[in-house]
Design a protein around this ligand. Structure first.
Ligand SMILES: [Zn+2]
Length: 429
């Protein structure tokens, strides 16, 4: 297929060029001005639409896709731990196979409509653990996205639940990887895991040559618990258990010190920054000036990376960072490097041999658009309403604003019914 006459922009390095792209199979095979169509080749005229690399959501919870508008608890939570206990840990216990599958479909549809092509999901469904990751994979691949999946291991559902969580991660990682899906070893957070559990997680990481995806120091309670258990902070506790490795995903890091952040990143870990979630839970501000290897995550609020990047930018400005614009732009680009490391592909590039993961946006800039001011256009001008089409591995999953592989109205109808039943089950737990 020949995508003709797009304004093609990449983030790292920032580049804006009017160019054509030839896509064959999963990849871009040629990029340049005025490419001639090959015989029989489909030609799609983009009419100067903006083309960007598909966005990467480095931390989400697809299982929360059916929580929108959910009634809150009668007695409102007063702390971060109470938010978990009264809302999220009741929701995840009420999930069954059907609601996991539907939430995966709904979240993936949202992602496609937001130009997000890769999801790093952190999944929990304590009443349906075994097989939950392959159920989720089925949903995400049905829509046609890339994902890196893991199960959130925790002690909060007893040793049986913990062991089933570790086993689910191991079984999924041992399964043959598909073109679009990878695995990681998931863990909820230091404060819901004993030393023995961390040791078992480290064994699972080693056995699969994988890495951990874990919430770290999201709230002060996680740090206090780690000090109580080990006399040290969360980073040191994970390091002692051999869990601070290349491609470890440390999500939030709100209450990590500069020294802890630098140590973790020097060991190869990535910080995943979720500014909207941090505001929603009132947990505080991360020390973003010490983020070196960083990508953005929505933490399940939605799958909209442009909204997340704008929130990151505004929050850093509000905190007085003069370099907030390039910093937020860099965080968005960080997602490509992170996903690229998991897939072994140059994600984020839009040139010959790069994977054809891209988003086409109906954006008519009212001012000149150049490599120098691309960050300004991204953070002040663009939002997901501009997303016209989304391509993953050479296949349009959204084309001219229509999902290509799933019956979207049908999925949403089923999701509304299932969400109602899910909320009812929650009330009984
Ligand atoms: Zn999370």
């Amino acid at each position: 297929m020949l995508l003709r006459d797009g304004i093609v922009a990449t983030l790292d390095p920032p580049r804006v060029t009017r160019t054509d792209l030839r896509v064959d199979g999963e990849r871009i095979v040629e990029a340049g001005p005025s490419l001639a169509p090959a015989p029989g080749e489909e030609v799609l005229d983009l009419g100067e639409a903006l083309v960007l690399p598909g966005f990467v959501n480095a931390h989400t919870h697809l299982y929360s896709a059916l929580a929108r508008g959910m009634p809150g608890p009668a007695d409102p939570p007063r702390s971060f731990v109470e938010i978990l206990e009264k809302v999220w840990w009741r929701l995840d216990r009420a999930l069954d196979e059907e609601s996991v599958h539907l939430s995966g479909l709904v979240g993936s549809i949202e992602a496609a409509r937001s130009g997000t092509t890769t999801l790093f999901d952190h999944h929990a469904s304590p009443s349906f653990i075994r097989g939950s990751l392959s159920t989720l994979r089925r949903a995400v691949e049905e829509v046609g996205l890339r994902s890196v999946l893991c199960y959130e291991t925790t002690d909060r559902n007893g040793l049986e639940g913990r062991d089933a969580g570790i086993a689910e991660n191991g079984a999924f990682l041992a399964d043959e990887p598909t073109a679009l899906t990878r695995g990681a070893v998931g863990a909820h957070a230091s404060f819901t895991l004993s030393d023995d559990s961390l040791q078992r997680l480290a064994e699972a990481v080693r056995a699969a040559s994988s890495s951990l995806h874990v919430h770290a120091a999201e709230d002060r309670a996680d740090v206090d618990d780690s000090v109580r258990r080990s006399g040290k902070g969360v980073v040191e506790r994970l390091r002692r258990h051999g869990l601070l490795l290349r491609r470890t995903l440390l999500v939030h890091g709100v209450h990590l010190s500069e020294a802890e952040l630098l140590e973790a990143q020097a060991a190869g870990a990535w910080m995943i920054h979720c500014p909207r979630s941090n505001m929603n839970n009132g947990v505080g501000h991360a020390l973003t000036t010490s983020f070196r290897r960083v990508a953005l995550g929505t933490d399940g609020l939605d799958e909209d990376m442009l909204a997340e990047a704008r929130a990151a930018f505004l929050r850093m400005r509000d905190a007085g960072r003069p370099d907030a614009l390039p910093a937020a732009f860099g965080m968005l680009a960080g997602g490509h490097r992170l996903a690229g490391a998991f897939f072994g592909l140059p994600l984020g590039r839009l040139d010959a041999a790069a994977p054809a993961d891209l988003v086409v946006l109906d954006y008519r800039p009212p001012t000149p658009l150049t490599a120098d001011n691309l960050a300004g256009h991204l953070l002040f001008g663009l939002d997901r309403s501009h997303v016209r089409s989304t391509m993953v591995a050479g296949r349009f999953v959204l084309r001219d604003r229509r999902l290509t592989s799933v019956d979207e109205p049908g999925v949403l109808r089923r999701a509304r019914e299932t969400a109602g039943q899910l909320w009812e089950r929650m009330q009984r737990l």
